[in-house]
Design a protein around this ligand. Structure first.
Ligand SMILES: Nc1nc2c(ncn2[C@@H]2O[C@H](COP(=O)(O)OP(=O)(O)OP(=O)(O)O)[C@@H](O)[C@H]2O)c(=O)[nH]1
Length: 300
């Protein structure tokens, strides 16, 4: 059966080769074809295939030039490339590997061997996707975990520092969650955490918005491209979205599940670290709890 998640991009300037290879591999993955280097790069960036089968000898741009561009581009850098080429000499093969190919198959190729090698690399690609997910996603809520947050914060901090743009960080905590667990049970608590995570995620859909589960009943938000009034509106929408879930919580003042948040807007400079900024957001979260919960407190 075809796995819809897997895609192979086959690049060859000779149509008969494209036909043979796509017929051979169409049961393994979805196939996209390109007959020159320029189209290959465009399709690789657009589709982000799991594997690229790349011919070397092509007019205009040869396969070695194409792989250099693929490896230089952030979007396509990690895509495994298998050369499939008439250049069977050892020096060309060595060049192919030096440029970052994961395999090198000489023409005339044997169909069974091509299929076996592609299947092997698809298995590795699948395992990489799985590992990436296990490393970065919180299994209960399916949103990014703290490890991914640390990475994202570092990246956003650098961008904000470079552009001298403000960055918003918020620590979010479910109110009276211990009581909820004690009263409704741990399984019900788990369900609430999932619903809260999904509701926050829905509110944070712009490219540089980010939400992760920080641990336990705590979430953390980064808003990378906003001014204070915009970020205030976003975080209040988050708070309101949780109230609107309307999940009964008899032991809470508000009779339903709510969240508190502590937020900080800062422009990273040499004097402030992201760790200090996060700590300030946590202090504001404490203040939000002290002031009655179900609110966002800001350190402007
Ligand atoms: N169901 C469930 N509970 C969790 C999970 N992780 C942490 N918790 C619980 O979350 C609760 C957090 O409680 P506290 O930190 O005391 O805070 P709180 O009851 O939310 O009170 P306030 O923060 O003051 O509003 C603890 O009872 C933890 O056991 C989880 O994955 N699932």
């Amino acid at each position: 059966m075809i796995s819809p998640a897997l895609r192979i991009l086959i690049v060859d300037d000779e149509k008969p080769n494209l036909v043979v290879l796509s017929n051979l591999l169409k049961t393994e993955a979805q196939i996209t074809l390109a007959s020159n280097g320029k189209a290959a790069i465009e399709k690789a960036q657009e589709l982000k295939p799991d594997i690229i089968l790349l011919d070397v000898v092509m007019p205009d741009q040869n396969g070695f030039e194409v792989i250099k561009q693929l490896k230089a581009c952030e979007i396509t850098r990690a895509i495994p490339v298998i050369f499939i080429t008439a250049l069977g000499d050892v020096a060309s093969e060595e060049t192919g590997f030096e440029l970052g190919a994961c395999d090198y198959i000489s023409k005339p190729f044997h169909l069974g061997i091509v299929k076996a090698r592609v299947k092997l690399h698809l298995t590795i690609a699948r395992q990489c996707i799985m590992l990436e997910m296990l490393a970065n996603v919180d299994p209960l809520t399916t949103i990014p975990n703290r490890r991914k947050f640390d990475e994202q914060l570092e990246a956003e901090w650098l961008i904000a520092q470079r552009n001298q743009q403000p960055l918003v960080l918020a620590m979010v905590d479910v109110d009276k969650f211990k009581q909820y667990n004690d009263h409704y049970g741990h399984a019900a608590g788990d369900k609430v955490l999932t619903q809260v995570a999904q509701a926050l995620n829905k509110q944070l859909q712009r490219p540089r918005d980010f939400v992760a589960r920080y641990g336990g009943e705590e979430f953390v938000i980064i808003i990378g491209d906003s001014d204070l009034s915009g970020a205030k509106a976003v975080l209040d929408n988050c708070r309101q979205a949780i109230e609107d879930l309307d999940i009964e919580h008899e032991l809470s003042t508000h009779n339903k599940i709510t969240i508190s948040a502590g937020a900080i807007i800062c422009t990273p400079n040499n004097g402030v670290t992201s760790v200090q900024a996060l700590k300030q957001a946590d202090t504001m979260l404490y203040q939000a709890k002290e002031c009655g919960r179900n609110q966002v407190c800001w350190n402007e």
